[in-house]
Design a protein around this ligand. Sequence first.
Ligand code: PLP
Length: 396
Amino acid sequence: MQLNKHFSEISESYLFSTIGHKVAAYQAANPDADIIRLGIGDVTLPLAKSVIEALHRAVEEMGHKETFRGYIPSEQGYDFLREAIQGYYAGHGVAVGTDEIFISDGAKSDLGNFLDLFDVNNTVLVPNPVYPVYVDDNVMAGRKILYMPATAENAFLPMPDDAVHADIVYLCSPNNPTGATYTVAQLEKWVAWAKKNQAVILFDAAYECFVTEPGCARSIYEVPGAKECAVEVCSFSKIAGFTGTRCGYTVVPQALAQDGTQLNKLWMRRQTTKFNGVPYIVQRGAEAVFTTEGMREIQQNLDYYRNNAAVIAAALDEVGVWYCGGKNSPYIWLRCPAGMKSWDFFDWLLETAHVVGTPGEGFGSCGEGYFRLTAFGDAEKTKEAARRLKEAIKTL
Ligand code: PLP
């Protein structure tokens, strides 16, 4: 037996495991410390009432012979959910076919699994800083990775460089970790670049539900012609709190082809072999997100998180700390005060304010000197964390 040697090329532990260990060690040494966690991007509000009711109904159906469901008729997902997603896209002026939508157990799985379609010799382009999954997935497979700096100079939104060729590019908008969000006009440039390079864009729209500003894209398919070069990966985790329930979807347009082969067909082939679909119960819960009542409840939850972002932003404004994000995104990306490095600020904030965030450097070298705070926390705890953050920074 030979092990995959590329595992030795990724860092030994996932960023959030490292943070978890550090916080656990601090808590063990300081049992009385009331630590507030604004680090990992997990949600804190429970599932919406409409979702819970739909889940209950589906559980009940599974207990009766007449309504019991076994293997899912199509690994691609039930029609009812794909039609609901199609309607959601239509609400944003984007037309997608139900045969272009694939239901999954979450965006993270699809982001990795989709790579099965591509040769190992493809070159991959990712932003720096970056959601670590894009990098690790490709390092594990042995692909060459190029990085494009996302810095304050380009407002953390790298644009295509005609001198750079790559075959696969990852764009995440609204961005994790920076919260920066591409406009439709900016994405037009990426679509043009991808077509010129015969590249595919893997567009991660996991945070699209946070977009509020006019001109900012919710979907790459708002760009004419994007269906010929882009796959869009999305999730119920952030819009509807499915981080533990697990459901997502990926759009693979029929128009996306390489040398006459449709990626939609390859993805279907891959899924029918390696995946047996998302539970019926979960798909019914996800469907409820798109009902009128479900959407109303979910908007309340999103507003709750948006308010948390505003609370953090107001605290940073008061002490004159630069940040971006928080408007079309649940993440606030701040410049560490007093010129501190990311991990130094992490330690300092944990010790001084008992607040946990994520060091920007953990997302890539260009994240050095920056720090991510999440708005997904409990509102009262977020207020307290913002207060402590402000008081601590004032002492610098
Ligand atoms: N994509 C991005 C950019 C994320 O930040 C996350 C989770 O934090 C995911 C995907 C994972 O989504 P899911 O829970 O659907 O796997």
